[in-house]
Design a protein around this ligand. Structure first.
Ligand code: FAD
Length: 399
């Protein structure tokens, strides 16, 4: 590879979306992934894609293929443990469209990969991982573990929370271990979910129940690690019964379909998201607590901002690795990512606290928001990722 075009490292959800979006904007893209093309995607999670993320996929021509797998979220109900009070968000108070969609990660991955494979501007390099970065002059050179060297004008690190690109570029990252584990499974249930997403905050961590297609729901149940270890010892029937107790029978009879998954939770935040001819996107830049289901939505905002800056560079006849362009990308994304990191971190600490005064304060907080349509609308629009001065892709247009 000679050095023209943009090199994206990592073909997870962020890397595939980046490659597709940049190709749709007319850039030549080289996508490097250490897993072979035919490796099965083992990921039992679902992703809540906000309204702005849906607009991005529509703009790059992928939504029509994702839509059959996407279940709309019409309402969200938030409860503090066993308290009777809850905070309810109804999509109609912010407009006609759903607040977001739940898509199974393996289907999201498969659909995006099919789109990338059909895209003539994307070339894939599979089965070898990045181990080295050299020569950051007119091009950046990337060494793979099979001895290949690839060159590009701009390198996009989308290689996840343990990013080799970040490490090789000497970008430090802050880490925080939550000592919590998220247990993830899919449930079939007797009663309909009515497109409501639930989140209960318990002292051990949040329990989210997310509406899926075909009368199923995705469960993300977070607990302190020792409790999660004990729950891992239950068989599926016992685990479903434990969930049913928490749900108070709301979904009727439950059956776990497929296997149960566990994710030890930690925060990783890169100190900066750029270096010479290099930017980071997705979990390589920040991997959050899943409490607000926003991690991948941040990645989508990274992609939209990068596409915006590259379109600007093209209009001005600039090199895609132009330092000013990368500085603008970094500045635009850092504020949003830091604010969300602080918010999710704080939310987790606030709600994983059984102390009586803290519980009383947060129940008052929930009641205040429930009674304030303006505040509620503001939180909803934030969660949906809409409003404000959005990059074109998040508003459903190519930049
Ligand atoms: C339990 C849980 C629930 C979640 N729910 C939501 C949700 O509802 N909504 C939401 O927005 N977010 C959610 N998230 C966050 C979301 O899952 C992540 O932000 C997202 O999957 C990150 O994708 P990524 O592509 O950046 O990273 P990854 O999925 O880690 O992909 C990285 C890719 O890079 C490749 N790679 C790694 N190293 C190299 C190398 N050296 N060379 C080449 N390739 C390499 C890997 O093989 C992989 O394919 C959740 C997270 C968890 C843990």
């Amino acid at each position: 590879m000679t050095g023209d075009g943009i090199l994206v490292v990592g073909a997870g959800l962020a890397g595939l979306t980046t490659a597709l979006a940049l190709a749709r904007c007319g850039h030549r893209v080289h996508l490097v992934e250490r897993r072979p093309l035919d490796a099965a995607v083992a990921d039992g999670r679902t992703t809540a894609i906000g309204a702005a993320g849906q607009a991005l996929y529509a703009a790059i021509g992928a939504w029509e293929f994702l839509a059959p797998h996407a279940e709309p979220i019409l309402d969200i109900r938030v409860r503090d443990g066993a308290s009777r009070r809850y905070l309810a968000y109804d999509h109609r108070s912010a407009g006609d469209s759903p607040m977001g969609y739940i898509v199974e990660n393996h289907l999201l991955h498969r659909t995006l990969l099919a789109q990338v494979l059909a895209q003539p501007l994307v070339t894939q390099h599979r089965g070898a991982g990045v181990v080295r970065l050299d020569g950051q002059g007119a091009v950046v050179a990337v060494g793979l573990d099979d001895g290949t060297t690839l060159r590009a004008r701009l390198l996009v690190g989308a290689d996840g929370r343990d990013s080799a690109v970040r490490r090789c570029a000497g970008i430090a990252a802050t880490r925080w271990d939550y000592n919590q584990t998220a247990m993830v499974c899919t449930l079939a249930h007797a009663r309909p979910h009515d497109n409501v997403a639930y989140e209960w905050f318990w002292p051990g961590g949040p329990l989210a129940v997310l509406p899926m297609t075909r009368r199923r729901s995705s469960v993300v149940w977070t607990e302190q690690r020792p409790t999660a270890q004990a729950l891992a010892g239950l068989d599926d029937r016992e685990f479903a019964d434990a969930l049913d107790t928490r749900f108070e029978g709301m979904l009727g009879e439950l059956e776990i379909t497929g296997r149960r998954w566990v994710f030890p939770l930690s925060l990783v935040q890169a100190r900066r998201r750029r270096s010479a001819r290099l930017v980071l996107v997705g979990d390589a830049a920040q991997a959050l607590h899943p409490i607000a289901g926003q991690g991948f939505n941040l990645a989508l905002r990274d992609v939209a901002e990068l596409a915006e800056q590259l379109a600007r560079a093209r209009r001005l006849g600039l090199d895609p690795g132009d330092p000013e362009l990368l500085r603008r990308y970094d500045a635009a994304r850092s504020v949003d990512a830091t604010a969300l990191t602080v918010a999710t971190h704080g939310l987790n600490r606030l709600f994983s606290n059984a102390a009586v005064p803290v519980r009383a304060a947060r129940q008052t907080g929930l009641a205040i928001v429930q009674r304030s349509p303006g505040l509620k609308r503001m939180f909803m629009r934030r969660g949906m990722g809409v409003g404000g001065n959005l990059p074109a892709l998040l508003a459903g247009r190519l930049p």
